[in-house]
Design a protein around this ligand. Structure first.
Ligand code: KIV
Ligand code: ZN
Length: 527
């Protein structure tokens, strides 16, 4: 590889389709693997470890299909030291534009004794023979002493030297069980560079058992590693591998610390790669995952929102667009401030100022306290309820507490505010909605017939907002009412009170009661 010798260039070796596919529960078919490999090529990875061809016929065919279809990156196959494995690996990758064979054998005592059942001398012989055999096929051969971080250092270096002497061009130091600690792992890598002579690229391959895969990989780069083995979204055996998006963006964002060392990754493709891998593997990306999580550029607290709206860099060290994550997100929740709220409203097309803004913002805060996150649909419904009518109403709902069940009578206690005075009543009914309406009837002295009643949820989910639309007939006139809450009884009480307030508004104005068609539920006049 021409780029390999640039001292500031870190080779990105993607093993999503090999180590990543070894994650419990992941099984990709050939078409899916090719689709991911194509995205990896678009992303600009240098090497794709496409699979372990001897593992199964399906693996072999997938590696072969990728070797035939994908152009750009080197296509690599993994192989044990058995010569037949190496032959099979070569057969799978031979049609690629550029090919690599990755040979591995364990060098830790625990693996040699319990898994390989080989003596250290046998391991040395195997390693040398296998690398030499692979070199007959391609001049790009990688060697890994599996469980390197738990291997006896002197012995591991002897094996590595044998690998180089037999033609290995990349020496990978796998932290197979995620045992390494950054300083210690980096020191080991540096010591290998001093102890093993020859012309090779030193590589890092870290697992995340202690949550240190990315930290270890970065420490390794600082110590001279010029290849990082990683996966999209950090998928891989057990707790996974180092996440490519994190390694790439750490090197780029902290170029000052890493002395300008960089990869050839087109970072704007990271988001798409992450979503594709998540969709095809069925492995969700945690919300707060660095770089590609859905909250990685989302701001909820008022102080942060204000900062980001003034200058994005106040609370963001990366540009979301640069990693394919779109724009910074202002999430309206209970911690949001008036500034972000007004800004979101404006983006939705609502120019709210003064009292109208205060009124909607106050209700928004009340709802946000009960609902984790409010969507645009929630906000639209809220605006419709609050400023669909700009006249201040006679009664305001202060609280609505209902209880009931299969063995107790549905009861509701309502507290209203009437020009600063608190009015309170408790009533029963056939259901809790009726109990709430009865209490409101008592407090407002308005009697009539509840005609239409419909409840819809504004958005999905158990914490969705209930939007109640009803009609209340008084003296032969039907008045609409609308109410919104995360609680259906409260939404109903609000809708009922809304209809009563309209009646009083008309009565107070001295006009005759008449069907108020303009204010039918859903009509957003005044907005
Ligand atoms: O974790 C590991 O040791 C591996 C090797 C095959 C490189 O995945
Ligand atoms: Zn691994």
């Amino acid at each position: 590889m021409g780029t390999q010798r640039d001292p500031n260039r870190v080779i990105i070796f993607d093993t999503t389709l090999r180590d990543g596919e070894q994650s419990p529960g992941i099984s990709l078919d050939q078409g899916e693997k090719v689709e991911i490999a194509e995205q990896l090529a678009r992303l600009g990875v240098d090497v794709i470890e496409a699979g372990f061809p001897v593992a199964s016929q399906g693996d072999f065919e997938s590696v072969q299909a990728i070797a035939r279809a994908v152009r750009g990156p080197v296509i690599c196959g993994l192989s044990r030291t058995a010569l037949a494995d190496i032959d099979r690996c070569w057969e799978a990758i031979q049609d690629a534009e550029a090919r690599r064979i990755h040979v591995f054998i364990a060098t830790s005592e625990i693996h040699m004794q319990n898994k390989l059942r080989m003596t250290p001398d046998q391991v040395k012989t195997e390693a040398g023979r296998a690398v030499g055999h692979a070199r007959q096929y391609t001049d790009d051969v990688e060697f890994s002493p599996e469980d390197a971080s738990r291997s006896d250092f002197g012995f591991m270096c002897e094996v590595l030297q044998i690998a180089v002497d037999n033609g290995a061009t990349t020496l990978n130091i796998p932290d197979t069980v995620g045992y390494g600690i950054p300083e210690e792992y980096a020191a080991r890598l540096q010591a290998v560079r001093q102890a093993v002579t020859g012309d090779y690229v030193i590589s890092t391959h870290c697992h995340d058992d202690l949550g240190l895969a990315v930290a270890n990989s970065l420490a390794a780069v600082k110590a001279g590693a010029r290849q990082v083995e990683c996966t999209i979204n950090g998928i891989g055996e057990r707790a996974g591998n180092a996440a490519m998006e994190e390694v790439v963006m750490a090197l780029r964002t902290r170029a000052d610390y890493f002395d300008g060392v960089d990869t050839g990754i087109r970072a704007e493709e990271l988001g798409r790669a992450s979503r594709l891998v998540s969709r095809l593997t069925g492995y969700p990306v945690q919300y707060n995952k660095a770089v590609v999580g859905r909250n990685a550029f989302a701001h909820e607290s008022g102080i942060h929102q204000h900062g980001v709206l003034s200058k994005r860099e106040t609370y963001e060290i990366m540009d979301p667009a640069a990693v394919g994550a779109g724009e910074s997100k202002i999430v309206l929740g209970k911690h949001s401030g008036r500034h972000a709220f007004a800004d979101t409203m404006k983006k939705m097309g609502y120019e709210l100022h003064g009292d109208a803004l205060n009124q909607v913002f106050t209700r928004f805060k009340e709802l946000a306290d009960r609902k984790v996150q409010l969507t645009e649909e929630d906000l639209e419904a809220l605006v419709a309820e609050e400023v669909g009518d700009t006249v201040r109403y006679r009664y305001q709902l202060v609280s609505c507490d209902s209880h009931g069940g299969s063995s107790s009578t549905p009861t509701c206690r309502i507290v209203l505010d009437h020009d600063g005075e608190k009015l309170e009543a408790t009533a029963t009914g056939d259901g809790m909605v009726e109990a709430a309406c009865n209490a409101i009837r008592q407090l407002t002295g308005v009697d009539g017939q509840l005609t239409d009643y419909a409840v819809t949820s504004v958005t999905g989910g158990v914490d969705a907002l209930a939007d109640v639309a009803l009609r209340f007939a008084v003296d032969g006139v039907s008045m609409p009412g609308r109410g919104l809450s995360t609680d259906v009884v409260e939404a109903s009480a609000r809708a009922f009170l809304n209809a009563i307030n309209r009646i009083y508004r008309i009565k107070d104005s001295g006009a005759e009661l008449a069907d108020d068609k303009a204010n039918r539920p859903g009509h957003l006049d005044g907005v």
